[in-house]
Design a protein around this ligand. Structure first.
Ligand code: AMP
Length: 283
């Protein structure tokens, strides 16, 4: 059964307020569409945890820093709805651009610290866009729980901070990264990678895994990093934006994985920006 696609905010409000009145939990899975197994794993997690599930699809212009990237972003609403029909989702929220950002719209939600590093340092305004739209989506859907992928680890930490700081009372749940068989993290942007470049894409995950093994053996991060950057570049990536070892809680840089920590990378392959991260915490 295809879930209803709801574009109208008052219709969505009527729906979720009746659920909340009945004491039901509402799990929300915010996406930008072009759904793949990574997204669907979040939907499964939401279904397992919540009485009601809303998936939102909105390609948020405010979180893109390049108009071309925004234009080229894949949009596959028909197929997305088809895929979701197998999961018993209660509604698909698809707000239009003018509903999300009417002409008088004036608010920006901005988070300090966590957003100054990694992707935040390379994509000015990106996390303001994410935080603003996520705050709106929580309000639009009456979410009690929200499901985010570890694939975007920094985003997950930012949303956790946001929900706590603004007392949104949304329980933010992180879900593991789903990968292709060769290790490449699933991403809607993978559709944009040419066949020739696609063969090289798993290098990113391989490099992270190698570093994690090295860290566990006691090798300092700096040494492992320079080898990994060379490996990634040799594979044909044109730029490594960052490759860092960071503490999970506040994303401060680390030299050793002696607290809960994460290895994170962003790099460009044939015009497509790929990100990945893995757990690095010493056992
Ligand atoms: P996006 O549509 O790229 O904005 O992603 C929507 C949600 O799906 C975010 O919480 C992402 O972290 C999550 N997600 C994207 N790719 C994956 C993946 N490969 N595994 C798990 N979650 C993912």
């Amino acid at each position: 059964l295809k879930p209803p696609i709801i574009r109208n905010l008052s219709e969505l409000h009527a729906l979720w307020s009746s659920w909340r009145m009945d004491g039901e939990t509402i799990g929300v899975v915010p996406t930008m569409g072009a759904l793949h197994d990574g997204h669907l794993s979040l939907v499964r997690a939401a279904k397992a945890r919540c009485a009601r599930v809303i998936v939102t699809i909105f390609v948020n212009p405010k979180q893109f820093n390049s108009p071309l990237d925004y234009e080229n972003y894949p949009r596959t609403e028909e197929e997305d709805a088809q895929k979701l029909s197998k999961y018993g989702v209660d509604a698909i929220g698809v707000p239009t651009g003018s509903i999300m950002y009417p002409p008088a719209f004036s608010t920006t939600v901005s988070i300090k610290g966590l957003t100054d590093v990694l992707c935040g340092a390379h994509r000015p305004g990106h996390f303001d866009g994410v935080a603003t739209v996520v705050t709106k989506l929580f309000g639009q859907t009456g979410a009690t729980h929200a499901f985010f992928g570890e694939k975007d680890f920094q985003q997950l930490q930012v949303v956790r901070r946001l929900s706590e700081d603004l007392n949104l009372w949304v329980d933010v749940i992180g879900c593991p990264t789903i990968r292709e068989e060769d290790g490449l993290a699933m991403s809607s942007r993978n559709l944009l990678i040419s066949d020739r470049a696609r063969v090289k894409a798993p290098t990113l995950h391989q490099a992270l895994t190698r570093i994690a093994t090295g860290l566990a053996a006691g090798t300092p991060f700096a040494e492992l990093k320079s080898k990994a950057v060379a490996e990634i570049t040799r594979a044909g990536f044109t730029e490594v934006e960052y490759l860092d070892l960071r503490a999970n809680d506040d994303l401060r840089p680390l030299e050793r994985a002696n607290v809960p920590s994460r290895l994170l990378v962003a790099a460009w392959l044939a015009g497509v920006r790929l990100i990945d991260n893995i757990d690095a915490t010493a056992p």
